[in-house]
Design a protein around this ligand. Structure first.
Ligand code: CUA
Length: 327
């Protein structure tokens, strides 16, 4: 169903969301007509007919009370059920999704692809393939909104959010920031180009990029001096990072933590937050203020490229002084 009221629908989930929206509107219209119609009819039917008319007292009816409580309750539950179904579908990117990284910054969207392409206020994706976007903010809260794909997600500084979609129709669609984020919020807009897979591969090949994201991350790893302590193939002053990504890391306080994007980001910006077992705190300086969110994402991808232990229930990577170098 495509009324001119609706923005173009170009994702798999768009029709679901439109149908839910139409359903919500219809139920609201039916309820409003019912309520206002009843008021109107009763006002006429039970109007006072003479000055001294005294109405008969009514002592209530539990059948009526139960009926008008239970039926609306069940109707409301259909909102919840349908909404939750779409919400959970939208909240879980399929494992085979391709990755894209978006950083919101006053006032632009910076997009990065694992293959190394980078662009500003432009996003290119193929049709028929789930795309997972990892969102980060360099400063304040933004919101990544693509109306034609019916997806919107807040981009909150300090941590990663993810959203995903499966575009179904080639075209060029608006990308907006949907959260007031300062003077030029209204100018924080861009375009999403949805392409046929072959066109997308062509576009990806003609990038003129400076290496993959992992290679860009590797260069940063050298420039920032990370590589002088985190040696790759033997034990340095800090844990070796080979095979860390996706593993469970044993911490000095006895807990373990999953080495995911968020953990790596935290360890770069606040190294003392989770010290690995066998290592002292205050050895690694914080890189807060020295590296952009884009750079952190490149480092995360680089560390990910060093090996992934991703199976559920994977062995704990106890990165102690003794065995850390033999990963
Ligand atoms: Cu970014 Cu509004």
């Amino acid at each position: 169903m495509q009324l001119p009221l609706w923005p173009e629908a170009a994702s798999a989930v768009a029709d679901d969301i439109d149908h839910l929206y139409i359903y919500l509107t219809l139920v609201s219209v039916v309820m409003s007509v019912l309520i206002f119609g009843t008021i109107f009819v009763f006002a006429i039917k039970y109007r006072r007919r003479s000055e001294d008319e005294v109405p008969k007292p009514i002592h209530g009816s539990w059948q009526l009370e139960v009926t008008w409580s239970v039926i609306p309750f069940l109707v409301m539950l259909t909102f919840f059920w349908w909404g939750a179904k779409i919400y959970f579908l939208n909240a879980t990117p399929p494992p085979e999704s391709m990755d894209v990284y978006a950083v919101g910054k006053q006032w632009m969207w910076k997009i990065q692809y694992p293959e190394g392409q980078r662009e500003i206020n432009e996003l290119h994706v193929p049709i028929g393939r789930p795309v997972k976007i990892t969102l980060a903010s360099e400063d304040v809260i933004h919101s990544f909104f693509i109306p034609a794909l019916r997806i919107k997600h807040d981009v909150v500084p300090g941590h990663y959010d993810t959203m995903w979609f499966n575009a179904t129709k080639p075209g060029r669609y608006h990308l907006f920031c949907a959260e007031y984020c300062g003077t030029e919020h209204s100018g924080m807009v861009g375009w999403v180009t949805v392409m046929e897979p072959a066109d997308y591969e062509n576009w990806l090949a003609g990038g003129g990029s400076t290496g993959t994201m992992a290679q860009q991350g590797e260069r940063l790893f050298e420039q920032l001096g990370c590589s002088t302590c985190h040696l790759l193939d033997r034990q340095g002053r800090c844990p070796t990072l080979r095979g860390v990504y996706g593993s469970r890391v044993q911490l000095a306080d006895g807990k373990t933590v999953l080495a995911d994007d968020a953990y790596i980001r935290e360890s770069i910006l606040n190294p003392n937050a989770k010290v690995v077992a066998g290592y002292k705190p205050n050895v690694m300086p914080s890189f807060q203020g020295q590296i952009s969110e884009e750079g952190i994402l490149q480092l995360v991808i680089y560390i990910k490229s060093l090996g992934i232990i991703n199976a559920p229930g994977a062995p704990t990577a106890a990165l102690t002084q003794q065995d850390g170098g033999k990963q």
